[in-house]
Every structure is written in structure tokens, then in C-alpha cells.
Design a protein around this ligand. Structure first.
Ligand code: HEG
Length: 142
């Protein structure tokens, strides 16, 4: 799905309305992912998986920083996430369905931080964006 001009505007505007730093959303989303979809823990067996652990927050921050850079380059998400795409496909071998699960958790986190600002159009813009990121991170599989 293509991000049109209005989607891009809504993405940028909603980042500006967050009541926290963008990087903090990642830890929150990853915490939720591991609780709501416990099978995702298999990818992080070397982590301290206690909710809110430093491992989880640090990893979440890395994810959020990657999302932030993709947001700054929405015209070239593929180029921006090229190395991460290789990493997830060839090294980590994360099953693509996990990206959808993380996206769902990310929506909940955005809704918590944006409250009334998170309307249907803003939701759709984020959903398209996350779909593009997920596509890029899983397209090099097999
Ligand atoms: Mg991935 C590492 C981004 C989904 C499992 N992920 C990373 C890193 C980044 C990143 C930036 C660090 C890379 C590095 O250190 O060089 N991940 C990222 C994004 C998204 C995503 C942007 C989707 C929006 N990752 C994702 C999902 C899973 C997963 C859904 C599995 C459920 N990622 C994963 C693992 C690592 C990374 C196991 C390595 C963690 C480690 O050992 O430090």
C-alpha cells in the first residue's frame, strides 16, 4: 500500500504529538509482543525476558530508532533498511508473521500515547508504514 501525501503528513504530525520520545515506543511494543505472543520469546532466548528488563528496553529502542530513520526516508524505506533486511532474513530468520504481531502491539502503544489523536486515518497511515517496513524486512527470505 502506497503512503500518500496525507498519510505522510499524519505520520509526521502524530510523532510531533507524542507525549514521550519516539524511542520509548519500541520498548513498550516489544514488552507487549513478548507478553501477548509468548512464542516470540524463542527469538530472544538469550535475553532477560522479565517484562521491562534492560535487554527488552534496549532492543526496543533499537527497533524504534530503525523505524524513526525509515520515517525520515519514507520514499526510500528499502534503501534505508537494507542492512536490517539482510540481518533479519539471513541471520535472525524471523518468521514474517512476527512482524504483523509486532505491528499490532505497536498500534496499541501508539493509541496509548496519542489517545484521541489516534483516529482512523492516523491508524491507517501507521498501518501502511508498518506494512512497508515489514515487507522490506522479510522480502529477502528463501
Ligand atoms: Mg528485529 C535485532 C529492527 C522486528 C527479532 N531488530 C534488531 C535490530 C534492529 C531491529 C535495529 C538491531 C540490529 C543490530 O544490532 O545491528 N526488528 C527491527 C524492526 C522491526 C523488527 C524495525 C520491525 C518493525 N525483530 C523484529 C521481530 C522480531 C525481531 C518481529 C522477532 C519476533 N531483531 C530480532 C532479533 C534481533 C533483532 C532476535 C537480535 C537481537 C540481539 O540478539 O541483540
Amino acid at each position: 500500500m502506497v503512503l500518500n501525501a496525507e498519510d505522510r503528513r499524519l505520520l509526521q504530525a502524530s510523532v510531533g504529538k507524542l507525549d514521550c520520545r519516539f524511542e520509548e515506543l519500541g520498548g513498550d511494543a516489544l514488552n507487549r509482543l513478548l507478553i501477548v505472543y509468548p512464542r516470540t520469546k524463542t527469538y530472544f532466548s538469550h535475553f532477560n525476558l522479565t517484562p521491562g528488563s534492560k535487554d527488552i528496553l534496549h532492543q526496543g529502542e533499537k527497533v524504534a530508532k530503525a523505524l524513526e530513520s525509515a520515517l525520515k526516508h519514507v520514499d526510500n524505506i528499502r534503501g534505508e533498511l537494507c542492512q536490517l533486511s539482510d540481518l533479519h532474513a539471513y541471520n535472525l530468520r524471523v518468521d514474517p508473521v512476527n512482524f504483523q504481531m509486532l505491528t499490532k502491539c505497536f498500534h496499541v502503544v501508539l493509541a496509548c500515547h496519542l489517545r484521541g489523536e489516534y483516529n482512523a486515518c492516523t491508524y491507517l497511515a501507521w498501518d501502511k508504514f508498518m506494512e512497508q517496513v515489514s515487507e522490506v524486512l522479510s522480502e529477502k527470505y528463501r
